[in-house]
Write a protein that binds this ligand. Sequence first.
Ligand code: GTP
Length: 605
Amino acid sequence: YPCDVIRNFSIIAHIDHGKSTLADRLLEFTGTIDKKEKGNQQVLDKLKVERERGITVKAQTASMIYPYKGTKYLFNLIDTPGHVDFAWEVSRSLAACQGALLLVDATQGVQAQSISVFHIAKERGLTIIPVLNKIDMPAADPERVAAQIQSTFGIDPNDVLQISAKTGKGVDKVLEAILTRISPPKANEDDPLKAFLFDSSYDRYRGVISLLSIQGGVLRKGDKIASCHTRKKYEVTELGIMYPEEVPTTSLRPGQVGYIACNMKESSEAHIGDTLHRVGSAVEPMPGFKPAKAMVYAGVYPVDSNDFVKLEESIKRLTLTDRSVEVMRESSTALGQGCRLGFLGTLHMDVFRQRLEDEYNANVIITAPTVPFKVVYKDNKTVIISNPVDFPDTVDSSGRVKEVQEPVVSATIIVPEEYLGEMMDLCYTHRAEEMDHRYLDTSGTSARVILTCILPLSEVVTNFFDKLKSRSSGFASFDYEDAGYRPSKLSKMIFLLNGKPVDALALIIHRSAEQEVGRAWVKKLHKVIPRQLFEVPIQAAVGKRIIARETLSAMRADVTAGLYGGHYERKLKHLVNQKESKKRMKKFGNVDLPQEAFYDILSTK
Ligand code: GTP
């Protein structure tokens, strides 16, 4: 396949607009997969969590052959994940493409993510083919949505394709447009080998499998290659194309997209965005990529502290397939040995937790999520804090701390006009700044509005999304991107049992939320913590200030005293039980707390 018969493209869309359905249909139309074989499972969505939640987490790539006017063309579809947490993956997948299908649901119209993915694609200089999907549905309003596309992206409505990925209507036009509108990759066979690594997965037997786009030269089995990033050397043991599963070939030629296995043992060696070259002939690396940046951190502990080794092993195995998770060991007096994990966002965190539970039966306690805060000291030293325990107890002019900063995001919300008031109110209560809005369209019964603002990331990672959905009756769509750090009035809140702090429960919150959060947590602790032999004050404190307090009343001293009769055996059983549960207790001062109590405290929202 010479370059001019190759087309490398992606499908970009807001969640649920039909990306996976269209991908399947393209594979079917080109005979890459059999219609009957696949059942109703989407080929490109593989993970169980993905299927359950109906979202794509890990990008999957597939090649297909498209015959047109007597020539066979090689189309490489580079699938991108469909969630705001994974914008980073979208960006890196797009670096291997020359064009993208911008898929918009004709019943829903342009949504928040349609806009963010459009911008990523545009920045990368890709040719964009706008496609309206779901025109088979009675609620579809293609003219109106085409007008939205024109007003938002400046795209001529005549260039917009109308399809139904479900019935297959118009899908032939999509294939034709990929061929005629997207330019072939520019890569030369005689150039030195240059391969761009844009994704990797892990195979138990062959080690790391990397997906490459060949920018120049030819790659063959047995070739000795090296990474520009790590300088490590490898030998290609297998290579081929994804058709749609791995199909070995003898070579990968310029402009092609394919996979290689090359005795890479650890997935941490496969740096996304890395450039590979032939040993002995160096090349200019492709422009570097920003590495995945953790936006949300949480501590993960086993419910039974004896299971730590097992838990750590499971986490290691899972991170082999998901390298965007940051892992550090940590320990807590309350919860024992555990790991602090960094995630791209809360969905990423939920997905990881579910995989941990599903695939490894791990019973885990996850601490409240926290974002990476920045502490700037008076000598201008800056420290990023990913665990509330490490946050300074007090931040005032007398200490060494100059200021603290929190990460903020630039948020986009698209909503029907009648919910604008609700949405603005929601944003204000979550400390929004620089709020602005404009109309996306004015035609039809209910105009759509784009609301933009700057929001603290910590407000977004709690339950902002759920509130947004419920207060807009599900109509609002939301997306955000990193917008750096801003100074903020933050406090560290700690919780005391009988005067002793419980480290696993520390939180960093905005000063305006101290009262509300302090009261709510103290109430919750009061409900969950078992009564002791004596009275236990439960307090929330910021520095030396007590914000809230509840008192747990004492229980009767002898649990056996109230038992009917004097049955010795029964009494003994109780004593044994008491002893057993003692073992699982953690002591805070003289307060006993079972590990399960933490599970209850931290797993209820
Ligand atoms: P993510 O992977 O979560 O981003 O979603 P997606 O964009 O891949 O959407 P998916 O293909 O899973 O489609 C979402 C829903 O829309 C599914 O229930 C599809 O069956 C349905 N759907 C997709 N295309 C069409 C279409 O053309 N017509 C109709 N009626 N339904 C469609």
